[in-house]
Design a protein around this ligand. Structure first.
Ligand SMILES: [Mg+2]
Length: 421
């Protein structure tokens, strides 16, 4: 048996934890650089906000309905997510973190207990300890757990927890085909054309014919809805193969100085992540381009790939390689909108050195990185950094409406005022 726990309107809920007066009011959260809507509270959904809506088009609605608009605060969301997942692990050690606000939980360790009751206790604990409301679905397979979760969200009477019953037909009939996990919009259209409009209809279709008209994944989905396990539980995600760090500039970049600082910053963050996951990269790709939407300015898109010999995760080696690859393809006269660094062919384990590498140099680099990471971990990211990343922080995002990072920054802790009388 599996459960799927999913935080309700996660980013909006995080915003509310430390500002309870936002309860009941429409809240939306914007993407990096405050461009588009990426998350909505239930009230904002009812006002018609969609994910991807550019905010400047909705100034009137925002004003009229006093919509609370927030810049994204990933320091807060990431930390709240960690707390939610930690709470789940107290109830079952088998937790597969599926996304920032969702996790599958294997219930087999709870044999003999009432799954629904345990999940209700877990839901209460998460709400009490973190302030985040979650919905939980329970089923024999991951797909059924997802389905029950969907049902729980749309059926307030069940109090946030729903289990697929022994005779699941009635529940299956209430779930539209678009809302079945793994069935995308394209497949839904095709399925509706042959008269399949709910999860119930899909279960009744011969799996083999689904495989022929769609593919093996669609067939597995049907089998999972019938209660046969096809999607495995994966506690530790597979080792990553690539790592990408890129971002749009708040203001277009026209000088090599600024562009190189951005590239060096991305290279720095990518190297840190590599060390964090104990990996080395063999190939580096660097790229930058002008706006994809601006049709009046001249356009340019450049990228270059280099091999890192030997494979490495040392920040200054990766910065040097990235800038060395970017310099020859940089062109004056363009307004660059985005830059990034991608590391490929990642591996863990021993590194094959070339004939001319000095062991001494490598040991020194390694010690330097251990020191760098230790200083930055205890005194704040970027305390020690390479001069190539600059001192003005070209990567500064436009985030005019970000809430405080309540749980991760000492100077932004929530304050409470106590009366003395
Ligand atoms: Mg969610």
């Amino acid at each position: 048996m599996y459960a799927l726990a999913d935080c309700n309107n996660f980013y909006a809920s995080c915003e509310r934890v430390f500002e309870p007066h936002l309860e009941g009011r429409p809240v939306i959260v914007l993407s990096n650089n405050d461009g588009c809507v990426i998350a909505r509270s239930q009230e904002a959904k009812l006002l018609g906000f969609k994910v991807g809506d550019p905010i400047f088009k909705f100034k009137d609605v925002v004003k009229q309905h006093k919509v609370i608009v927030r810049s994204s605060n990933f320091a807060l969301y990431g930390d709240m997510s960690r707390r939610v997942m930690q709470t789940m692990r107290l109830f079952s050690p088998d937790v597969e973190v599926y996304s920032i606000d969702e996790a599958f939980i294997k219930l087999d360790g709870l044999k003999g207990r009432n799954y629904e009751e345990v999940m209700r206790q877990m839901r209460e604990a998460i709400l009490q300890w973190t302030g985040i409301p979650v919905s939980i679905g329970i089923g024999k397979t991951k797909t059924l757990a997802k389905l029950a979760n969907h049902y729980a969200k749309r059926t307030p009477e069940v109090g946030g927890v729903a289990k697929v019953p022994q005779k699941p037909d009635e529940m299956l009939k209430t779930v539209e085909i678009e809302d079945v996990w793994g069935i995308g919009r394209q497949w839904s259209k095709k399925l509706r054309n042959i008269g399949v409009s709910t999860a119930f209809d899909l279960v009744s279709v011969e799996p083999e014919s689904i495989r022929r008209s769609f593919n093996i994944v669609a067939m597995k989905t049907v089998m999972e809805l019938r209660g046969c396990t096809y999607f495995k539980f994966e506690q530790s995600p597979e080792q990553r193969k690539t790592l990408l760090r890129s971002r749009s500039f708040a203001n277009p970049v026209t000088s090599w100085q600024k562009l190189s600082e951005a590239i060096a910053s991305h290279a720095t963050r990518a190297s840190e992540k590599l060390r964090n996951e104990d990996l080395v990269a063999k190939v580096l790709r660097v790229f930058f381009h002008t706006s994809l939407y601006n049709r009046t300015d001249p356009r340019n898109s450049a990228h270059a790939t280099v091999e890192l010999i030997p494979p490495t995760n040392v920040t200054h080696t990766i910065i040097k390689a990235a800038l060395g690859a970017a310099k020859p393809i940089w062109k004056e006269g363009f307004k660059y909108k985005r830059a990034g660094v991608q590391l490929l062919d990642l591996s863990s384990g021993p590194v094959q050195c070339s004939l001319f590498d000095s062991q001494e140099g490598q040991d020194r680099d390694k010690r330097m990185m251990v020191l760098l990471d230790a200083v930055n971990a205890s005194m704040g990211a970027g305390t020690l950094h390479f001069a190539a990343t600059g001192f003005t922080n070209v990567m500064q995002m436009r985030q005019l409406r970000r809430s405080p990072r309540y749980t991760t920054h000492w100077d932004e802790l929530p304050k409470c005022l106590c009366g003395l009388d």
